[in-house]
Write a protein that binds this ligand. Structure first.
Ligand SMILES: [Zn+2]
Length: 555
């Protein structure tokens, strides 16, 4: 559409030269504009808007004495990438001192790493860590607190699992939190216990708050966390990130950073559902250039790694509960509550984005959205309700996304992390309906893509590689896991640009390089659309530009 406008207003060339503040040229530009998919030059005006995308020759027609001309030396340019699901302050906490445990090779190394950190601390000070993943250890079994407790007698320790849906506490932490063998698991959570009935130190989903609320440590301010994360995100080529769950106070921090001009990256944040009943009636959706706050985040279930995803049929590797009942995971949410919340969101012009991983969880969310949208007569409206993760879908539910206009907001790299144990959890047959990107795309669904940082690293090129290969970083399994669900490179780029922008109602501002849109783009050191598949992983970002301003440049 914008392209046609350009033709009408500008003829075959760029507009009046007085607007041409900067010309980037001699580049290999992928625009994501289907009318003109490649170009070599972009012309930007003083407001950071794109006024022309096309050939160098035509771009130079508008050059004046004051126009800055930047020769990109044949480098590749992409629309700025957008991560449709991450946790900005969570990422910031790793930038600012929380122990990063993704590289520990087994429980012994976990214990040693924490013990080394503890030696630097005074007795009583907390040790916080995250991103450990027992599924990547040779044993494959969940850790227990005993070895850890014996080397950290004087410091409480709380280490979250990579998916954020379980954590390991030591004895000192459990003592402070008042946990004993008699403590009952809360609804929607589990305190794991050994054969003697003693807590093992592992707390799943809702049970995690029993420990986390006892954590008493001077944590960095939200502002510092956001700014620390922003540096990382801009460096890896992200011009936008959707924050999957914040409270009203953090929203105020984002607003003030945006007003001060310190928030460079475009953030679209979701309000954690617990705040919604009080917040929505008094607050219109908030939409500014860098900060958008118009979605509510609800949790329907847990994660598959810790067997918290809510399934239609029992888990293959844990068929029954300790009481002999069929074990189908954890319903963290209540479908009726989600329906009510959705009605409230519709009434106040907000969007719903709900975490669902298991096939039952996904079906319940689709059903609840359908009831709420139908009763408001809004099923055909531009609601853009989303399901976050949408990892495991019953085949009957796959077409419902496109039919209802619900967005499956997915994280391609979760697939390559999880493929090691998915078949163990749910069996071969059901595994075919997991991370079903191509099946969803074929029905006409848009897939906003993300990483779920800090669960996975924020680097979007890891996600693009996972989307097109469905293989790990060493290329295994050869040809990819469930390869029929791979995306093409164009589909993957679209998922990390236009479709992620769409999920935040920003596709008219960013996501592609077209006249009239904001100049949000990145310059990279290789052509990711044609290079060897594995080379995508090594992509280096040379420059990140948002609204015409260079916000990151490689040294
Ligand atoms: Zn998340």
């Amino acid at each position: 559409m914008l392209c046609c406008l350009a033709v009408v207003c500008f003829g075959s060339g760029p507009p009046d030269g007085s607007n041409a503040t900067v010309i980037y040229h001699n580049a290999k530009i992928y625009t994501m504009d289907p009318e003109a998919p490649t170009a070599s030059a972009i012309v930007i005006d003083g407001q950071g808007r794109i006024v022309f995308v096309g050939s160098d020759e035509t771009a130079f027609v508008v050059r004046t004495n004051s126009t800055e001309v930047i020769d990109l030396g044949g480098r590749t340019v992409l629309p700025g990438l957008i991560d449709a699901h991450g946790h900005i302050a969570g990422q910031g906490s790793f930038e600012l001192g929380v122990l990063e445990l993704s590289a520990v090779a087994d429980q012994n190394e976990l214990v040693e790493t924490v013990a080394a950190q503890t030696r630097e601390l005074e007795p009583g000070e907390w040790v916080l860590g995250g991103r450990w993943d027992h599924e990547s250890w040779p044993s494959g079994i969940l850790p227990t607190h005993n070895d850890l407790s014996s080397v950290t007698p004087d410091n409480p320790v709380w280490l979250r699992r990579v998916d954020g849906h379980a954590g390991l506490a030591n004895e000192a932490a459990m003592r402070l939190a008042g946990i004993t063998r008699d403590t009952q698991s809360p609804a929607g959570g589990e305190i794991l216990k050994d054969s003697n009935g003693e807590p093992t130190g592992v707390f799943v989903d809702r049970a995690m708050s029993l420990i986390s609320r006892a954590v008493d440590t001077q944590s960095p301010s939200s502002k510092d966390l956001i700014l620390a994360a922003q540096d990382h995100l801009l460096r890896v080529g992200l011009v936008g990130a959707h924050d999957a769950g914040i409270g009203p106070e953090e929203a105020e921090v984002f607003k003030s950073l945006a007003e001060d001009g310190r928030l460079k990256i475009r953030v679209a944040a979701m309000l954690s559902a617990a705040h919604a009943p009080a917040y929505l009636p008094d607050h219109e959706p908030y939409v500014s250039d860098r900060f958008v706050f118009r979605a509510v985040k609800y949790y329907m279930d847990g994660a598959m790694g810790s067997r918290g995803a809510w399934l239609l049929e029992p888990y293959s590797d844990r068929q029954t509960t300790s009481d002999g009942e069929p074990y189908t995971g954890l319903a963290l949410g209540d479908p009726r509550e989600l329906e009510e919340l959705s009605r409230l969101a519709i009434a106040h012009g907000w969007q719903m984005r709900t975490h669902a991983i298991g096939d039952r969880g996904n079906r319940e969310v689709l059903d609840a959205y359908e009831r709420a949208l139908n009763s408001a007569g809004k099923l055909d409206s531009d609601h853009r309700f989303a399901i976050e993760h949408a990892q495991m879908l019953h085949p009957d539910d796959i077409p419902r996304f496109a039919e209802m206009g619900v967005l499956p907001s997915m994280q391609p790299r979760h697939e390559t992390t999880d493929m090691r144990w998915v078949e163990e959890r749910i069996g071969r047959e059901r595994a075919k309906g997991t991370y079903a990107w191509q099946s969803l795309l074929k029905t006409g669904a848009k897939i906003p893509a993300g990483s779920d940082f800090p669960v996975e690293p924020p680097n979007p090129f890891l996600g693009i590689y996972a989307s097109v290969s469905r293989a790990d970083e060493s290329g295994e399994p050869n040809g990819g896991w469930q390869p029929q669900e791979k995306m093409t490179r164009e589909q993957a780029l679209r998922a990390f640009t236009l479709d992620a922008a769409y999920a935040a109602f920003q596709e008219d501002i960013c996501g592609s390089l077209e006249p009239g849109k904001s100049a949000d783009f990145i310059v990279i050191d290789r052509d990711v659309m044609t290079c060897e598949e594995r080379d995508i992983l090594e992509t280096k970002v040379l420059r990140t530009v948002i609204r015409g301003e260079t916000v990151f440049e490689a040294k």
